[in-house]
Design a protein around this ligand. Structure first.
Ligand code: ATP
Ligand code: MG
Length: 556
């Protein structure tokens, strides 16, 4: 076992400190609390890896909690996709929980708060309430309804619950301090009336709790010790504490909210709301379009769970918001696929090669290693014949000495096969090259051990044998946005910065071993990049998504 210790991040330091003071290790419990109003994205992966990573480190349970308090935007499809994505990343939650399961308890606690004079029904418009909030330097103004009697509050709150009042007639507010320097403490709204069906509770409820009232209480109900959220909730911490102090018994251990920085990724957007717009406006095909920074999009693009976890772990947890270059995410998937993806050959932009001294109607099956990084991956056989495809850009009639590919009168090696020499070209009337005629050296077969096979030639090309080659659709993906931060210019719509070349579809010819490739299979097309079989792929119509090129060749 390695004795090398990673330095503790600041969240782990907080936990270690708590363990020295008021917490036992068996008190530790965490949760990942998504709102089911969209698919998870790469930013969520940071939060998932943080919470479940702490669970692994301290052998503590981690709940998956759906923060489903707003029926307007939440749906079961999102719940299902979130469960699938967290499990795919390789994490096991202790319990699957829903804030909506606590609606009754939250209601009962609100009635208690009304009875102790800590909450009241306000019957003003939301505009009037907003106007009375004051500013950070100017205290707020008390609502004329702030001093309603307990009885009147109880009766009105019951009407709200039963749906006997109009949606906008009343809200329930906590009675805290209208002159608090923290504006969030100026009598925050706890409940609003919403006569909408909820994806789990149907029409049972006509009032729904606000985030601040539901979140800490859900944490308390589940005995969560540390509730980690992103920095924008820092000013909410005081309210979080105010609420949890008022529920349960004084001796109960209360959850603590602690904050970390949101992670942003360059050349994309990480906000469910913005991603939803891309889907609604048909800019992408779906939430799992391989250009989307969603977990499901990345999966379809060919990312592995390990590459995403390594990415999240390597950027770590921060105290300040920053932008991570997408090149780092691409590095992580390249690094993982280099170890795992079998090497295969596919030609994206074909040029026909005829080997004039190779026997007609002969096919040889040549052995090809599957992965030089992994001996256990074994080998396969590839057909070789008189007519082959190579990549158009790998041939020039004339070129300078730095062009190590095929040119007239010069030799290259065909990977796993023979050394060939370009002799002549056949052109159409317009001067386009139709065929390149070559000769091959029969003694130069790779791995045959002959002198000729050991001969050094500068270039090695990939190729496929035409009679056995299989046609495939190839989807070449690039960055979805052409600028680093599409939301930087507040006067512009982020959609204006969509990269018009984020998808190019072409036809390729691939080696016949790929006929049986199944969706999510990952390969390296040698010299080109890593590809993943798309879910649209069938045995009659293969479809490959480009995960990432072999090298970072984004033009800045
Ligand atoms: P979005 O704006 O995309 O909807 P959100 O914060 O509203 O994000 P939630 O479903 O509420 O989405 O998030 C679940 C958890 O994931 C929260 O704890 C949230 O703080 C965290 N999270 C969301 N986005 C990021 C991000 N970009 N980086 C780190 N953590 C994030
Ligand atoms: Mg949210």
């Amino acid at each position: 076992m390695s004795t090398e210790k990673k330095p503790l991040n600041f969240i782990e330091q907080i936990i270690e400190e708590d363990l020295k003071n008021d917490y036992k290790i068996s008190d530790l419990k965490f949760r990942f609390p998504p709102e089911p109003n969209g698919f998870l994205h790469i930013g969520h992966a940071s939060s998932i890896c943080l919470n479940f990573g702490l669970g692994e480190k301290y052998k503590a349970p981690v709940n998956l909690r759906f923060d489903d308090t707003n029926p307007i935007k939440e749906e079961t499809v999102y719940v299902d996709s979130i469960k699938k994505d967290v499990a795919w990343l390789g994490f096991k939650w202790a319990e699957e929980c829903y804030a909506s399961d606590y609606f009754e308890q939250l209601y009962n606690w609100s009635v208690d708060l009304i009875k102790t004079g800590d909450a009241y029904v306000d019957s003003q418009t939301s505009e009037a309430i907003a106007e009375q909030k004051g500013t950070p330097t100017k205290p707020g103004t008390a609502s004329p309804y702030r001093s309603r009697s307990v009885e009147e509050n109880l009766s009105l709150f019951e009407d709200m619950k039963n749906g006997d009042t109009a949606e906008k007639a009343h809200v329930l507010r906590a009675k805290i301090d209208m002159s608090s320097p923290n504006m969030i403490m100026r009598d925050p709204v706890m409940y609003r009336c919403l006569h909408k069906a909820h994806h789990r509770t149907g029409n049972d409820w006509k009032i729904y709790p606000m985030y601040d009232w539901a979140h800490g209480e859900s944490d308390f109900i589940e005995s969560i010790s540390h509730s980690f959220c992103t920095l924008e909730f820092l000013p909410h911490r005081e309210l979080y504490n105010w609420f949890v102090e008022r529920v349960g018994k004084p001796e109960d251990l209360k959850p603590k909210q602690r904050e970390f920085a949101r992670r942003n990724l360059s050349h994309t957007v990480v906000s469910k709301r913005k991603l939803a717009q891309l889907v609604e406006k048909n800019i992408v095909s779906s939430w799992d379009d391989p250009r989307m920074p969603t977990i499901s999009g990345l999966r379809r693009r060919g990312y592995t769970p390990e590459s995403i976890r390594n990415f999240a772990d390597s950027i770590g947890i921060g105290k300040r918001e920053n932008m991570i270059d997408v090149a780092h995410l691409e590095f992580c998937v390249r690094d993982d696929l280099n170890k795992k993806a079998p090497r295969v050959m596919g030609v994206l932009d074909p040029l026909k090669l005829v080997i004039t001294n190779y026997p007609e109607d002969q096919t040889e099956w040549l052995e090809a290693e599957n992965n030089p990084e992994d001996e256990s991956a074994g080998s396969r056989e590839m057909p070789f014949s008189k007519e082959l495809y190579i990549e158009k850009e790998d041939f020039r009639e004339e070129a300078n000495r730095k062009f190590f590919r095929l040119k007239l009168g010069k030799e290259v090696r065909l990977k796993n096969a023979y050394i060939i020499k370009a002799e002549d070209v056949v052109k159409d009337e317009d001067g386009n090259i139709l065929e390149v005629h070559c000769t091959y050296d029969p003694e130069s077969k790779s791995g045959s051990g002959t002198e000729a096979s050991k001969r050094k030639v500068k270039g090695t090309l990939h190729w496929v044998s035409i009679p056995e080659a299989v046609e495939a659709e190839v989807r070449l993906y690039d960055r979805l946005f052409s600028v680093e931060d599409p939301t930087a210019d507040k006067d512009k719509d982020f959609i204006d910065f969509i990269n018009p070349e984020s998808l190019e579809v072409t036809k390729a010819y691939v080696e016949p071993s790929l006929k049986s490739a199944k969706p999510e299979d990952k390969v390296q097309f040698q010299r080109i990049g890593y590809f993943c079989v798309d879910q649209d792929s069938t045995s009659d119509h293969l479809v490959f998504n480009r995960t990432v090129t072999l090298r970072d060749n984004w033009k800045k």
